[in-house]
Design a binder for this molecule. Structure first.
Ligand code: URA
Length: 221
């Protein structure tokens, strides 16, 4: 079975519903001719969909309320608290989308870069909510290529006491290789993504991809 087919069929890799709307949004942000303002606007729309989908994986408890009609309604309420952690720099683009849905959500940051000497991902900076060990974590990074940085970041979260099954990796586009590497290394991790692409080029850019997300979003091309 091809890597793409394995990724698409993986039980813990959740793709957004492949609706016409999502396809149209992704077509705009993948287009090399899309101006930066539109890239940011339409990326933000997809990020919003991703965060909303991620919240579907949080546990709930039964809750009864009384409607204005004086009638009881058997509903649910979220159980447990969440926080966001963005992988700098591109992941920071997803923080506002998280705040739009979860007001005043706590948000940590992690900076991981390739160590030129060892060629391994190296942690340069992390600032996490103090009580992160008691929270569900929405880990934010728009592009999952090899998975090196994201894997390192999850190791940082686990060292901080976060339970693996409480980590939801929220991502716009993933390569099958990167997604499968993460899911294999962390058997309780869940990934929520908009689209699973075909692979990577020699420089580890995702194909067909959308180029450098951070550069296009922050205007540093
Ligand atoms: N990061 C990006 O911004 N784009 C890719 O294709 C891969 C990693």
């Amino acid at each position: 079975m091809s890597l793409s087919a394995q990724a698409v069929g993986h039980a813990r890799l959740h793709q957004l519903a492949q609706t016409h709307q999502l396809k149209a949004l992704m077509t705009i942000i993948r287009d090399q001719n899309t101006p930066r303002g539109d890239f940011v606007f339409y990326s933000d729309r997809v990020i919003r969909l991703l965060v909303e989908e991620g919240l579907n994986y949080l546990p709930v408890v039964n809750k009864e309320v009384i409607t204005p009609m004086g009638v009881p309604f058997q509903g649910v309420a979220f159980e447990g608290r969440i926080c966001g952690v963005s992988i700098m720099r591109a992941g920071e683009s997803m923080e506002q989308g998280l705040r739009d849905v979860c007001t005043s959500v706590r948000t940590g940051k992690v900076l991981i870069q390739r160590d030129e000497r060892t060629a391994q991902p190296k942690l340069y900076y992390s600032k996490l909510p103090k009580d992160i060990a008691n929270r569900w974590v929405l880990l934010l990074d728009p592009m999952l290529a090899t998975g090196g940085s994201a894997i390192k970041c999850i190791e940082v979260l686990l060292e901080a006491g976060v339970k693996e099954e409480r980590i939801l990796f929220i991502n716009l586009i993933c390569s099958p290789e990167g997604a499968l590497a993460m899911l294999e290394q962390f058997p309780k991790l869940q990934i929520i993504t908009a689209e699973i692409d075909e692979g990577m080029d020699q420089q580890k850019f995702i194909l067909p991809g959308l180029g450098d997300f951070g550069d296009r979003y922050f205007g540093t091309e």
